[in-house]
Ligand binder design. Structure first.
Ligand code: AMP
Ligand code: ZN
Ligand code: FE
Ligand code: FE
Length: 282
């Protein structure tokens, strides 16, 4: 890197073992370094537990670690994910909030196990909880336990036959609206970005989020094709919103592929995110 050139690319969407990723926070950061990323955001589902460990590892490796979280919301029956960057993740009410969500997710896992039992699929709760390793328990962990129990040949089949949205053992999560998530993120000095908008049925959630004061749109994501990418870039520009992107790395849980850094985001988008963060804190 020359003296005046900007730092290398970043990845602003990743998961660790604190939700459904397979990398420990330290290993994710080390892998980011291997892949020549200058920065990586930790955005676990409904958990900020990995952030401090990742930040410490980032100092060792010379990788800029961006604190983040991916909150689960629901808008008119559609699951919507809201990214929150730079929230005060050590604040007690933030920790309490996510502890409460963790509790709800555990209750939900129990309910899914009950439904599976009625379908003659026996999955021990202990195996699900072991798969979650104390992090945000979700369907990927239920699926993993189903595979381990021999109920399905693989995770894909677990989703397809039982726990996809339409599946007979699906149980919805607690209902938080995108507006509430945005409010929570902003209340704790964070930047709210609607995640992978192309994965929702239509753009209603995007416009709801814009009306609720969302700060940005995730434009680059593995589930976005070139058309979607330019579509959301246009919406972001029209509404003067920040643009972010990332690999949504789950450390190989999805398709046995790591994905980290494969959607390289130019550093200037992180720089813009940081400028916004500094502006709302000053
Ligand atoms: P949850 O938050 O518990 O509803 O789980 C959602 C997570 O499950 C997503 O973030 C994905 O990582 C994963 N997931 C959703 N659908 C599938 C699928 N068909 N195959 C594998 N993983 C999936
Ligand atoms: Zn996930
Ligand atoms: Fe997501
Ligand atoms: Fe994600």
């Amino acid at each position: 890197m020359g003296p005046r050139s900007e730092p290398g690319p970043v990845d602003l969407h990743t998961h660790t073992t604190f939700s459904d990723g397979l990398f420990l926070p330290e290993d994710l950061v080390a892998e980011a370094k291997n892949r020549n990323l200058s920065g990586v955001a930790i955005t676990d589902h409904d958990s900020v537990g990995a952030i401090d460990r990742a930040v410490a590892a980032g100092k060792q490796h010379g990788v800029e670690v961006v604190p983040g979280v991916e909150m689960s919301c629901n808008a008119d029956g559609v699951d919507v994910h809201m990214l929150g960057y730079y929230i005060d993740h050590q604040a007690q009410d933030v920790l309490d909030f996510f502890e409460n969500v963790r509790f709800h997710r555990e209750e939900r896992a129990r309910k899914m196990i009950e439904k599976l039992k009625e379908l003659d699929v026996k999955v021990p709760l202990e195996r699900v909880m072991a798969a979650a390793q104390g992090g945000s328990v979700g369907r990927p962990h239920v699926a993993q336990a189903m595979v381990e129990a021999g109920a399905v040949p693989n995770v894909e089949q677990a989703f397809r036959r039982y726990i996809s949205y339409e599946g007979p053992a699906y149980v919805p999560k607690m209902k938080l609206t995108p507006g509430e998530a945005i409010g929570f993120i902003k209340q704790h000095k964070g930047i709210a970005v609607i995640a992978h908008p192309a994965t929702y049925r239509n753009d209603n959630a995007v416009y709801t989020a814009i009306a609720a004061g969302v700060d940005g749109i995730e434009v680059w994501h593995p589930d976005h094709g070139p058309r979607e990418t330019s579509h959301y870039k246009e919406i972001a520009q029209k509404n003067r919103l920040l643009m972010t992107g990332g690999s949504d790395c789950h450390g190989g849980r999805k398709y046995n592929h790591v994905f980290l850094g494969e959607i390289p985001i130019p550093y200037r988008y992180l720089a813009a995110l940081k400028r916004r963060s500094r502006a709302i804190r000053s």
